[in-house]
Unconditional design. Sequence first.
Length: 146
Amino acid sequence: MSELRIVPVTDDQTVLDWQRVHNEIIPTAPLSVDEIRERMTRHVLEVAYDGDVVVGCSTVRPPSEETSAAVVIARVLPAYRRRGFGTAIYEHCLRRGRELGDGIETHILSSNEDGVRFAKAHGFVEVETYLLPGDTIPFIELRLGE
Protein backbone atom coordinates (compact mmCIF):
# COMPACT_ATOMS: atom_id res chain seq x y z
CA MET A 1 0.00 0.00 0.00
CA SER A 2 1.59 3.26 -1.03
CA GLU A 3 -0.59 6.37 -0.82
CA LEU A 4 -4.16 5.44 0.17
CA ARG A 5 -6.60 8.32 -0.09
CA ILE A 6 -10.21 7.99 1.01
CA VAL A 7 -12.40 10.74 -0.41
CA PRO A 8 -16.12 11.49 -0.14
CA VAL A 9 -18.34 10.91 -3.14
CA THR A 10 -19.12 14.46 -4.24
CA ASP A 11 -18.88 14.74 -8.02
CA ASP A 12 -19.51 12.81 -11.23
CA GLN A 13 -16.09 11.09 -11.21
CA THR A 14 -16.32 9.86 -7.62
CA VAL A 15 -19.91 8.68 -8.22
CA LEU A 16 -18.72 6.64 -11.21
CA ASP A 17 -15.71 5.27 -9.31
CA TRP A 18 -17.91 4.27 -6.33
CA GLN A 19 -20.42 2.68 -8.72
CA ARG A 20 -17.71 0.67 -10.49
CA VAL A 21 -16.44 -0.87 -7.25
CA HIS A 22 -19.89 -1.46 -5.75
CA ASN A 23 -21.28 -3.08 -8.90
CA GLU A 24 -18.23 -5.33 -9.32
CA ILE A 25 -18.32 -6.51 -5.70
CA ILE A 26 -22.12 -6.82 -5.58
CA PRO A 27 -23.16 -7.83 -9.11
CA THR A 28 -26.52 -9.11 -7.87
CA ALA A 29 -27.60 -5.61 -6.77
CA PRO A 30 -26.06 -3.11 -9.20
CA LEU A 31 -26.82 0.54 -8.57
CA SER A 32 -27.48 3.26 -11.14
CA VAL A 33 -25.96 6.72 -10.89
CA ASP A 34 -29.35 8.10 -9.80
CA GLU A 35 -29.63 5.48 -7.04
CA ILE A 36 -26.14 6.38 -5.82
CA ARG A 37 -26.97 10.09 -5.80
CA GLU A 38 -30.06 9.33 -3.71
CA ARG A 39 -27.99 7.25 -1.26
CA MET A 40 -25.55 10.14 -0.91
CA THR A 41 -28.34 12.05 0.85
CA ARG A 42 -28.69 9.34 3.53
CA HIS A 43 -25.32 7.58 3.79
CA VAL A 44 -21.62 8.43 3.81
CA LEU A 45 -20.18 7.14 0.54
CA GLU A 46 -16.43 7.27 -0.07
CA VAL A 47 -13.93 6.03 -2.66
CA ALA A 48 -10.45 4.71 -1.86
CA TYR A 49 -7.54 5.43 -4.20
CA ASP A 50 -3.98 4.15 -4.16
CA GLY A 51 -2.45 7.25 -5.72
CA ASP A 52 -4.82 7.79 -8.63
CA VAL A 53 -5.98 4.16 -8.95
CA VAL A 54 -9.40 3.18 -7.59
CA VAL A 55 -8.97 0.26 -5.18
CA GLY A 56 -12.19 0.28 -3.17
CA CYS A 57 -15.17 2.12 -1.80
CA SER A 58 -17.17 2.29 1.39
CA THR A 59 -20.59 3.00 2.80
CA VAL A 60 -21.47 4.08 6.32
CA ARG A 61 -25.19 4.02 7.09
CA PRO A 62 -26.43 5.80 10.20
CA PRO A 63 -28.84 3.99 12.55
CA SER A 64 -32.34 3.53 11.19
CA GLU A 65 -35.77 2.38 12.31
CA GLU A 66 -34.55 -1.21 11.86
CA THR A 67 -31.37 -0.95 13.93
CA SER A 68 -29.64 1.34 16.40
CA ALA A 69 -26.31 0.21 14.97
CA ALA A 70 -24.39 1.99 12.26
CA VAL A 71 -23.68 -0.16 9.21
CA VAL A 72 -20.14 -0.06 7.82
CA ILE A 73 -19.29 -1.64 4.50
CA ALA A 74 -15.75 -1.66 3.11
CA ARG A 75 -15.26 -2.98 -0.42
CA VAL A 76 -11.92 -3.72 -2.11
CA LEU A 77 -11.57 -4.76 -5.73
CA PRO A 78 -10.20 -8.33 -5.96
CA ALA A 79 -6.94 -7.25 -7.62
CA TYR A 80 -6.10 -5.06 -4.59
CA ARG A 81 -6.98 -7.42 -1.75
CA ARG A 82 -4.46 -8.64 0.83
CA ARG A 83 -2.43 -5.43 0.63
CA GLY A 84 -3.85 -3.65 3.69
CA PHE A 85 -6.42 -1.56 1.81
CA GLY A 86 -9.39 -3.37 3.35
CA THR A 87 -8.12 -2.87 6.87
CA ALA A 88 -7.43 0.83 6.25
CA ILE A 89 -10.86 1.42 4.68
CA TYR A 90 -12.60 -0.60 7.41
CA GLU A 91 -10.84 1.26 10.24
CA HIS A 92 -11.73 4.59 8.61
CA CYS A 93 -15.41 3.54 8.37
CA LEU A 94 -15.42 2.10 11.87
CA ARG A 95 -14.38 5.45 13.38
CA ARG A 96 -17.25 7.18 11.56
CA GLY A 97 -19.72 4.42 12.43
CA ARG A 98 -18.89 4.60 16.13
CA GLU A 99 -19.72 8.32 16.08
CA LEU A 100 -23.16 7.59 14.62
CA GLY A 101 -24.50 4.41 16.15
CA ASP A 102 -24.94 2.15 19.11
CA GLY A 103 -23.02 -0.83 17.77
CA ILE A 104 -21.64 -1.74 14.35
CA GLU A 105 -23.09 -4.03 11.67
CA THR A 106 -22.09 -4.97 8.16
CA HIS A 107 -23.79 -6.72 5.24
CA ILE A 108 -21.86 -8.92 2.83
CA LEU A 109 -22.94 -10.88 -0.24
CA SER A 110 -22.49 -14.51 0.80
CA SER A 111 -20.54 -15.33 -2.37
CA ASN A 112 -17.88 -12.77 -1.34
CA GLU A 113 -15.85 -15.28 0.65
CA ASP A 114 -12.97 -12.83 1.12
CA GLY A 115 -15.34 -10.26 2.62
CA VAL A 116 -17.00 -12.76 4.96
CA ARG A 117 -13.61 -14.06 6.09
CA PHE A 118 -12.35 -10.49 6.63
CA ALA A 119 -15.40 -9.53 8.73
CA LYS A 120 -15.17 -12.63 10.92
CA ALA A 121 -11.43 -12.09 11.41
CA HIS A 122 -12.25 -8.57 12.65
CA GLY A 123 -14.73 -9.78 15.27
CA PHE A 124 -18.04 -9.78 13.39
CA VAL A 125 -20.52 -12.58 14.06
CA GLU A 126 -23.33 -13.68 11.79
CA VAL A 127 -26.77 -12.41 12.81
CA GLU A 128 -28.97 -13.23 9.83
CA THR A 129 -28.90 -14.40 6.24
CA TYR A 130 -31.46 -12.81 3.93
CA LEU A 131 -32.39 -12.85 0.27
CA LEU A 132 -33.45 -9.69 -1.53
CA PRO A 133 -36.50 -10.03 -3.80
CA GLY A 134 -35.53 -11.61 -7.11
CA ASP A 135 -32.03 -12.56 -5.91
CA THR A 136 -30.57 -16.05 -5.70
CA ILE A 137 -27.46 -15.23 -3.65
CA PRO A 138 -28.18 -14.20 -0.05
CA PHE A 139 -26.59 -11.42 1.97
CA ILE A 140 -25.18 -12.06 5.43
CA GLU A 141 -25.79 -9.53 8.19
CA LEU A 142 -23.02 -9.51 10.76
CA ARG A 143 -22.65 -7.60 14.03
CA LEU A 144 -19.39 -6.56 15.62
CA GLY A 145 -18.90 -8.33 18.95
CA GLU A 146 -17.72 -5.43 21.07
